[in-house]
Design a protein around this ligand. Structure first.
Ligand code: NAD
Length: 332
């Protein structure tokens, strides 16, 4: 069975989700929706993706000599599931439209947990999304935290404390950056800790966050109280088993060098889908684990969206098998 997937909102996340879906043998990309006839719309057409547009904007695309397949409403009729990748808080407005079209919907981390009722991370709670009609793939930071927390919970996590150094904006964003400042988020805990609990409700976690003048990646400084005694090597062995965690070292001392590695690997758009954990930073002292990880905000959620589709459409009942299929198709 091949399920028909459409992507509403073709920006940073949407275009990556579209490419990843197009690579899956059990999914068909039935269309993408764009608001403006810009270079990204042109690229979608060049890739052979059916292009749909907001109702009322058809003539803008015709004037730009871009062939469209219809409006967003037409696109929804083609699909089994829509992946909403519109900017945060816009996605919520689309829920009645998806309900009217009678299709399943996935939203991104910019929307509230309550919109979907299920917040998703493949390694943490794949089963919860099996057959469901709505889900939300959590944000890049929450994905990065959930992946390592669910993996390291084999040691029994008493409490997580994480400091998030967040990139100011994405590299392609000319509206918000660059900034020349370090901006503390004064609300404690930052929203990331409670967000992790939407995926892993049993985990005690506090997070604090600062915004820093970079666009490349986020960096997390993570500390966990563990119930079971273990060594740094035990932690390394467990993390090494997770296909979406990359242990890094060999002279990689910064997020810039991780992005260089992604380019050297010929990754599409130099995406780094995995959490990058500095192996040398993994230390255990008096039952407390410390580590540093870097998170590529533009891409770590992409394989998660694919697994979420597979769970919701019940294409695969087993999380590990879905993760393996997604990884294989994407080249991860
Ligand atoms: P973006 O601004 O790069 O892309 C959003 C796209 O949606 C744009 O192309 C925009 O033109 C389009 N759009 C706007 N209104 C629309 C509408 N009504 N209908 C259809 N399309 C519309 O945003 P993004 O960074 O891709 O973020 C999308 C979602 O993913 C948000 O919820 C965000 O919080 C989440 N997210 C973003 C990142 C990141 O670092 N960029 C990481 C993880 C999750």
């Amino acid at each position: 069975m091949s399920v028909k997937v459409v992507v509403n909102g073709y920006g940073t996340i949407g275009k990556r989700v579209a490419d990843a879906v197009a690579l899956q043998p059990d999914m068909e990309l039935a269309g993408v929706a764009k608001t403006r006839p810009n270079f990204e719309a042109r690229m979608a057409l060049e890739k052979g993706y059916p292009l749909y547009v907001l109702a009322g904007r058809e003539s803008d695309f015709r004037d730009a000599e871009m062939e469209i397949s219809g409006t967003t409403d037409d696109m929804l009729e083609e699909a089994d599931v829509v992946v909403d990748c519109t900017p945060g808080k816009i996605g919520a407005q689309n829920k009645p439209v998806y309900d009217a079209a009678n299709i399943k919907a996935i939203w991104q981390g910019g929307e509230a947990h309550e919109l979907a009722g299920i917040s998703f991370n493949a390694h943490s709670n794949y089963d919860e999304a099996l057959g469901c009609d709505y889900a939300r793939v959590v944000s890049c930071n929450t994905t990065g935290l959930s992946r390592i927390i669910s993996t390291l919970d084999v040691f029994g996590i008493e409490k997580v404390r994480a400091t998030l150094c967040r990139r100011a904006t994405d590299p392609g964003d000319v509206k918000k950056g660059p900034i020349n400042a370090i901006v503390p988020e004064l609300k404690m805990p930052s929203h990331h800790g409670p967000d992790v609990q939407t995926v892993l409700p049993h985990i005690k976690i506090d997070t604090v966050a600062i915004k820093v003048p970079t666009t490349l990646m986020h960096l997390h400084i993570v500390n966990m109280d563990l119930r079971e005694s273990c060594t740094a090597d035990d932690v390394i062995d467990v993390l090494d088993e997770n296909s979406r965690v990359r242990l890094i070292g060999e002279g990689m001392s910064s997020t810039a060098e991780i992005m260089e590695l992604a380019r050297d690997m010929n990754r599409p758009r130099s995406d780094m889908w995995e959490n990058c954990v500095w192996e040398e930073s993994i230390n255990v002292s008096d039952g407390e684990l410390y580590l540093f990880q870097a998170i590529h905000q533009e891409s770590d959620v992409i394989p998660e969206n694919v697994d979420c589709i597979r769970a919701m459409m019940e294409l695969e009942s087993d999380a590990r098998r879905s993760i393996k299929k997604t990884n294989k198709a994407m080249g991860l």
